[in-house]
Write a protein that binds this ligand. Structure first.
Ligand code: GLN
Length: 521
């Protein structure tokens, strides 16, 4: 077999960096690479349900454009972005021209944005074919993608289990080799927790380092767009594409971050102080999660890092504060879905046709239970007489969490914890128990409250159930580069320990591929 005949099966398993190298070397065309992923989507997405919309025609047109530029050579070919022609999936909370954006909600069914999010503009500028829009919990509220109005996404490791949430679609698409890269959004863990339970890498960048312009707002002071990938280097590459100042986002940082890709290639943790957060492991964490966490610590120690223990006593209140701040902001942000300006409009069945009643009928029919629960919670927390007791107290806790981080970062360069307390749980298990669902984010939420960056990478499989475990790294604000530096080292140590990338072992994927081959015959 010559290099030119790289099979579709091989193509979809390459990392984005490997694929970019093959494209540049002319071993494969962008159209071939894009088509291989579209074929994979057709073959497995009936089972996984990672995509709400597939954008085949446009993706192939962008790929063809890249191929034509490369074939012509010269300055334009030279100027192509490193990731040009590498396809990507986009969480359906991020607006795109030419494709629907639903936010996983009935209230936006069929809605098309008249503009692109800044991150999408940047993907287009890099000429990365956009494969489609991925499934999510409605308006990014949830930890399992079961709150999508369009049916749950399934975990490629075990189709009866959740892929995490809210960005289960992006994580599952990457884990199922339907896309090498995806974008997610993380308000309380929606990039990192899906990454943990699907064996993928997910990064919540420093607040303000990636533009939120065009990400449908859930809780504006917590939301952040970030990369979903299969390797740490790929996350750094994608982060670099989407990051940087944007005058259209008033919270956008003016200065660019340090070189993230260079950091991912540094390959050294010697002398680095890594802090175990006492409050974020142990009791309440699954034994297999704890074991993989300890393995990671051992490997980092062997590689020359200094492991210290830090205490963040106020983290125990972070979840409570989050579930006041987030619904408060969401109740305000979601007020714009009024049946007048966007998407769905439902008229009251009887009685007078006032604007309030149209709004009421539209919101009653258009929003799901979890969204309504949070709007009610947020409206209550913000109401006169309760504002100080609830919202005000939550904001004070937020300050205490920030101070805990400051104290911890005085003792350690990066912090480490399991990303989620358990591996992927069965679909339906926590659907009727909102508090049990909320507890999934106990380890991820502090970073959002403080605005600091976090990276989750696969730490191996849990002993009890053979499912992926995520390891979370946290760094001070603007020090995202440290996450890539430590993450890449830990990833290579873990791969050496497992004897290869974790995802190669995902059982249901192999079944899906076999099934497709059998059906094709
Ligand atoms: N699972 C968390 C929640 O339900 C986080 C959501 C998110 O990060 N978008 O709010």
């Amino acid at each position: 077999m010559t290099e030119k005949n790289t099979s579709a099966d091989t193509l979809i398993r390459l990392s984005a960096a490997q694929l970019a190298e093959k494209l540049r070397a002319g071993d494969v065309t962008a159209v071939e690479a894009t088509q291989a992923h579209l074929d994979r989507i057709s073959a497995v997405d009936g089972k996984v349900n990672a995509f709400l919309h597939v954008n085949a025609e446009e993706a192939l047109a962008v790929a063809a454009e890249v191929d034509a530029i490369r074939a012509a050579g010269g300055a334009e070919a030279e100027a192509l972005h490193y990731l040009a022609g590498v396809p990507i999936a986009v969480k359906d909370l991020i607006v795109t021209i030419g494709q629907p954006t639903t936010a996983g909600s009935k209230i936006l069914e069929g809605w098309h944005s008249p503009y692109d999010a800044t991150v999408v503009e940047r993907l287009r500028a890099a000429k990365m074919p956009i494969l489609g829009k991925t499934n999510l919990d409605e308006f990014a509220m949830g930890s399992s993608t079961e709150h999508s109005a369009y049916g749950p996404t399934r975990n490629p490791w075990d189709l009866d289990r959740i892929p995490g949430g809210s960005g289960g679609g992006s994580a599952a698409a990457v884990a199922a080799f339907e896309a090498p890269l995806a974008l997610g959004t993380d308000t309380g863990g929606s990039i990192r927790q899906p990454g943990a339970v699907t064996g993928t890498v997910g990064v919540k960048p420093t607040y303000g380092s990636v533009s939120r312009y065009g990400a449908i707002a859930m809780a504006s002071s917590l939301d952040q767009i970030g990369p979903v990938t299969r390797t740490v280097l790929d996350s750094a590459l994608l982060h670099q594409v989407i990051g940087g100042h944007d005058p259209r986002d008033s919270t956008s940082l003016p200065e660019p971050l340090a070189d993230l890709v260079a950091a991912a290639k540094t390959g050294n943790v010697e002398g680095l102080r890594i802090g175990i957060i006492k409050e974020l492991h142990g009791e309440g964490y699954q034994a297999g999660v704890e074991n993989r966490f300890n393995d990671a610590l051992e490997l980092l120690k062997e590689a020359g890092a200094e492991i210290v223990e830090v205490s963040c006593p106020n983290f125990q209140y972070a979840l409570g504060a989050y579930y006041l701040i987030m619904p408060s902001e969401a109740s305000s942000n979601l007020a714009k879905f009024d049946g007048v300006r966007y998407g769905l409009r439902v008229l009251p069945e009887e009685g007078p046709m006032t604007i309030e009643r149209v709004m009421g009928a539209t919101r009653a029919a258009g929003f799901g239970d979890e969204v309504k629960r949070r709007i009610i919670l947020g409206t209550y927390a913000l109401s006169a007489g309760y504002y100080d007791a609830y919202y005000g107290s939550a904001q004070k806790v937020r300050t205490l969490v920030q101070r805990d981080f400051e104290a911890a970062f005085a003792q350690a360069d990066v912090l480490i914890s399991p990303t989620a307390p358990t591996t992927a749980f069965p679909l339906g298990e926590k659907l009727d128990d909102p508090l049990a669902m909320y507890l999934n984010d106990v380890a991820t939420i502090p970073a959002n409250l403080a605005g600091v960056p976090g990276l989750s990478l696969p730490g191996g499989l849990a002993d009890e159930d053979g499912l992926p475990v995520g390891i979370q790294l946290l760094a001070p604000a603007r020090e995202d580069a440290r996450l890539y530096r430590v993450g890449a080292v830990l990833e290579s140590l873990l791969e050496a320990k497992w004897g290869g990338p974790l995802l190669a072992q995902a059982p249901d994927l192999a079944d899906a591929a076999t099934l497709e081959t059998q059906e094709a015959k």
